[in-house]
Design a protein around this ligand. Structure first.
Ligand code: BDR
Ligand code: CA
Length: 302
């Protein structure tokens, strides 16, 4: 535990599960909010609750936005499955949600928790709604650590999924005065679960490790089928660790704009690398082995 206070906004999703476990292990996790993204909101919310059940994580879970601020609703069920966690039998959750107003919960929690980090690893809809509701939130938080964007895309040639799924929300968040730390695809593709990583988790032989190993095994296979590469990137826990273990990351400061139009580029993060003095801390490099070890330990100790 590093003492950093974190509210995690997520759309589980295989790698979101790893983010929940990592946040519970290394941060003072004050709550989880869920958003539609990888799968529909009812599924991402259920998956967050199930993860908390299996890992014994006792924090309030609030569901939030069922779709983007505007534009079509996109999902990533071709990667994560219709219910967001293909590869395992998803149990019925024991825990229940504490509310259905994620944005309200974010506003309240940032008001009563000094130096809180919001770690956002799904589409940024809930965070944008919270900023709309209370723009002064930007001055209260320690920062917003985002998994999203990059110099290339995965949802389209130019856009990463979380930004592409709600570009207007991303524009509000990146256009705010909140301190922003960003782990895009350039960074998260350096943190991949390979066969050895998954086997190590499997040999822990706990109910949680069996669940996680089956999830990661499926995820790795699916990515291999889709992109033809062993690229099971553990995107989302990177944004947690960028808060709790920033010494393992190399950052550059850049201005980042969100492309809202563009025949081929909607949802792209336009990172201005001409001057290294912008407001967003973009993570470019990471000590991959150390980060993977921290994630493994998070599963082992849950
Ligand atoms: C991001 O999109 C989702 O599919 C993952 O959970 C991650 O947050 C990677 O582009
Ligand atoms: Ca996610």
């Amino acid at each position: 535990m590093t003492g950093e206070k974190v509210l995690l906004d997520c759309d589980p999703g295989h790698d979101d599960v790893m983010a929940i476990l990592t946040a519970a292990r290394y941060a003072d996790l004050v709550g989880i909010t869920t958003v539609a993204g990888n799968a529909a909101l009812e599924h991402t919310t259920r998956n967050a609750l199930v993860t908390c059940d299996l890992a014994g994580i006792d924090v309030p879970v609030h569901s939030g936005a069922a779709g983007p601020l505007s534009g079509p609703t996109h999902d990533a069920v071709h990667v994560h499955g219709n219910e967001g966690l293909d590869g395992v039998e998803i149990p019925r959750p024991v825990r229940t949600t504490a509310g259905a107003d994620a944005a309200g919960f974010i506003v309240e929690t940032t008001a009563r928790t000094p130096s809180l980090w919001i770690v956002a690893v799904g589409p940024l809809t809930n965070i944008a709604l919270a900023l709309r509701q209370d723009p002064a939130l930007t001055q209260r938080v320690a920062g917003i650590s985002i998994m999203g964007g990059g110099t290339f895309g995965n949802a389209t040639a130019a856009a990463e999924f979380n930004i592409w799924a709600d570009p207007e929300a991303a524009d509000i968040v990146f256009g705010s005065s909140a301190p922003i730390r960003m782990c895009g695809l350039d960074l998260t593709h350096q943190v991949c679960a390979d066969g050895e990583f998954i086997a190590w988790i499997e040999q822990l032989r706990t109910p949680l490790s069996a669940f996680v190993a089956a999830l990661l095994d499926h995820y790795a296979q699916r990515i291999l089928e889709l992109v033809g590469e062993d690229l099971a990137a553990l995107h989302d826990p990177c944004s947690v660790l960028a808060v709790t273990h920033p010494q393992l990351f190399g950052f550059g400061n850049h201005r980042v704009r969100i492309e809202l139009d563009g025949a081929h580029t909607r949802g792209m993060t336009v990172i201005d690398r001409r001057v290294a003095r912008g407001p967003v801390e973009v993570a470019w490099n990471v000590e991959s082995a150390a980060v993977l070890e921290l994630i493994r330990q998070a599963v082992a100790s849950a």
